[in-house]
Design a protein around this ligand. Structure first.
Ligand code: F6R
Ligand code: MG
Ligand code: MG
Length: 375
């Protein structure tokens, strides 16, 4: 039996240059050094280090399966070392997402975000990974629904007989920590009833219904629920597979032709438009944003990201394209519109979502000064 290949995308905010906006070069260097060493030792087959704003992203291909202790420890130690570097340079928010002191077998629930997928490689296996900054897991509900359930987005759901059987969605209730699987198109309305509540429900995995082929996996952690207080949004990542009976790469990207609103942005407390950008614009500036997303495409080839003859991974920076200029313009237009409203809802998140932010400390101080209203 051919070995299965695992794609692990593990990310963490370990510190940023000039506020919370970008991962600086010295932190990339730590990650590159550690993952290169792990590849030389044969723990991983190859890797790519990139950033989504202030999040350091480790994309690793290997054959150890999901939730593997050695892979998670490699990621944890790498983030730890990068956080130490950030501390040494007095970068901002050094070690921000490392919520626990010691590694306990798995980075899930310790701060870093994880999307992993173990696959049987197809004859040719195109994959697109997405990483967003200044937002949270539920922000991927809308594009994932459009990619895998909406025939107005994904023509293959109508035209390709390998897709007309639909897809199954695993949805996690991040508040009660339980999950449910719903099948589309039959249960599309029930799915929407859940995933429209983006602050609570998040799509975690998707399979093709006909043969249970795994085709999407995303991170669903809620840092605020782990830490019990505001510690930054969860800046999600996801892995999607494309083509040949799955959405085409172009269908995976189509939901981003327009911007849409997500929770996060400044202080994790505002609605903001998501802006698709290439890696060179993967930095959050205006009002700590607007929230941004990058998409990288590659081919999985014999357990690796397919490489050139020098062993350098071949990676397509998919949003680095004028095709997404309109979405970027819309995002800025809507960003400015929302910012004109300042701290008034709906620019600011609703009170339920603000519960885990520092505004509670401000409100607590006013508590005693409230007097009953006389009838
Ligand atoms: C949002 C984020 C930033 C910070 C903001 C204030 O996820 O990381 O918007 O919340 O820059 O940061 P502090 O409180 O560290 O000054
Ligand atoms: Mg940060
Ligand atoms: Mg971040």
């Amino acid at each position: 039996m051919p070995k299965k290949t695992t794609i692990s995308l593990i990310k963490c905010d370990v510190g940023s240059l000039a506020g919370h906006h970008v991962v600086p070069k010295p932190l990339f260097n730590v990650a590159e050094k550690n993952l290169k060493r792990a590849a030389e030792k044969g723990l991983i087959n190859n890797f790519l280090v990139f950033n989504a704003g202030d999040d350091l992203e480790l994309l690793m291909l290997h054959e150890k399966g999901e939730q593997n202790i050695e892979i998670h420890e490699l990621a944890w130690n790498t983030f730890r070392e990068a956080a130490d570097k950030a501390l040494e340079l007095k970068l901002y928010g050094a070690g921000q997402d490392l919520l626990k002191n010691a590694f306990v077998g798995n980075v899930c629930g310790m701060g870093p975000g994880v999307a992993e997928m173990e696959i049987d490689e197809r004859a040719s296996d195109p994959v697109v990974v997405f990483a967003a900054d200044k937002t949270s897991a539920g922000s991927f509900n809308y594009p994932l629904f459009r990619m895998f359930a909406d025939p107005m987005n994904t023509a293959g759901l109508v035209i390709d007989p390998n897709m007309t059987g639909g897809f199954k969605f695993e949805v996690v209730d991040t508040v009660e920590n339980k999950s449910i699987i719903l099948k589309c198109p039959e249960e599309m309305y029930e799915l929407l009833a859940l995933i429209g509540t983006v602050g609570r429900y998040a799509i975690s995995r998707i399979w093709r219904a006909a043969d249970n082929l795994i085709c999407a996996a995303s991170s669903v952690s809620k840092l605020s629920l782990i830490a019990g207080k505001y510690v930054g949004k969860d800046d999600p990542v996801m892995i999607t597979r494309a083509q040949h009976g799955l959405p085409a790469v172009g269908e995976l990207l189509a939901p981003f032709m327009h911007s849409y609103f997500v929770q996060g942005w400044m202080r994790g407390s505002h609605w903001g438009p998501l802006m698709p950008v290439g890696l060179k614009a993967s930095k959050c500036t205006a009002f700590d944003g607007p929230p941004r997303i990058v998409a990288l495409g590659f081919q999985v080839s014999n357990g690796k990201i397919a490489c050139d003859s020098d062993g350098v991974p071949l990676v397509a920076d998919l949003f680095d394209d004028p095709a997404f200029a309109l979405a970027r313009r819309e995002a800025m237009h809507n960003a400015c519109m929302l910012r004109r409203m300042g701290e008034f809802e709906p620019a600011r998140l609703g009170s339920e979502e603000m519960e885990y932010t520092t505004i509670q400390q401000v409100l607590a101080k006013l508590g005693e000064r409230f007097k009953p209203v006389k009838e």
